[in-house]
Design a protein around this ligand. Structure first.
Ligand code: V0V
Ligand code: CO
Length: 180
């Protein structure tokens, strides 16, 4: 059986014909909401050997967030290429994470897909009739830019679209503008 290699010309019909290849790169991270940041981090680092590679206070989102990676994740370049866990604790009562905790309790809050060009993906989604939450990109972790799709539009999962900061983006064969 011959392996098929995805390429820029692989889409010829159907809805995906509108989405250029090379824009959606994979799962960047999964977001876990908690009121107990240190407790959750302690579980994943202590029991499962993950390591914390980043932490910051995002005032726009009203969260403190920590990024964790598996200790044995591939280290091509750096941890930016590995799928991560993002542990989020609210810093104000009106933040999205605080509302999530009030309604649902601690647990999985969002799924983040890594994209190579956020503007193009958002434009594609708008053209398809979807409603990304932000009119302009928001500020994400470590200098990334982000937008979200409401769970009502996705079958129940809050989907984040994240374009990593340029220096965190591994080279993507065939994506000429990935570093811009
Ligand atoms: C709400 N719902 C969810 C949900 N949040 N369903 C699944 N996962 C979630 N996280 C459902 C809820 O059960 C209701 O379902 C319905 O949506 C309520 O909609 P709503 O009235 O719009 O609810 P709100 O006011 O809680 O707002 C939800 C949205 C909000 C998605 C609009 O959470 C938001 O703006 N999220 C984007 C920002 C964010 O999440 N920031 C934290 C991560 P029924 O009852 O209608 O069925 S920050 C981050 O990841 C960063 C910085 C990074 O990665 O760099
Ligand atoms: Co996130």
């Amino acid at each position: 059986m011959t392996a098929t290699t995805p390429g820029p010309d692989r889409r010829t019909d159907g809805p995906l014909a509108l989405l250029p290849a090379g824009l959606v790169l994979g799962v960047d991270h999964v977001g876990i909401a908690t009121a107990d940041l240190e407790g959750v981090i302690g579980f994943y680092t202590g029991q499962l050997g993950l390591r914390e590679v980043h932490r910051e206070h995002n005032t726009e989102q009203g969260v403190v967030e920590a990024m964790l990676v598996a200790a044995d994740a591939p280290s091509v370049g750096d941890a930016a290429v590995a799928t991560r866990l993002q542990v989020l604790a609210p810093t104000r009562a009106d933040s999205a994470v605080a509302r999530f905790l009030d309604r649902s309790g601690p647990g999985l809050q969002h799924l983040a897909l890594r994209v190579s060009d956020l503007d193009r993906v958002v434009a594609h989604l708008r053209a398809a009739g979807l409603r990304p939450l932000y009119p302009r990109p928001g500020r994400g972790t470590a200098g990334s830019v982000i937008n979200f799709l409401h769970p009502r539009d996705t079958g129940g999962v809050l989907v984040e679209l994240v374009r990593p900061a340029v220096e965190d983006t591994p080279a993507q064969p065939g994506i000429a503008d990935a570093g811009q």
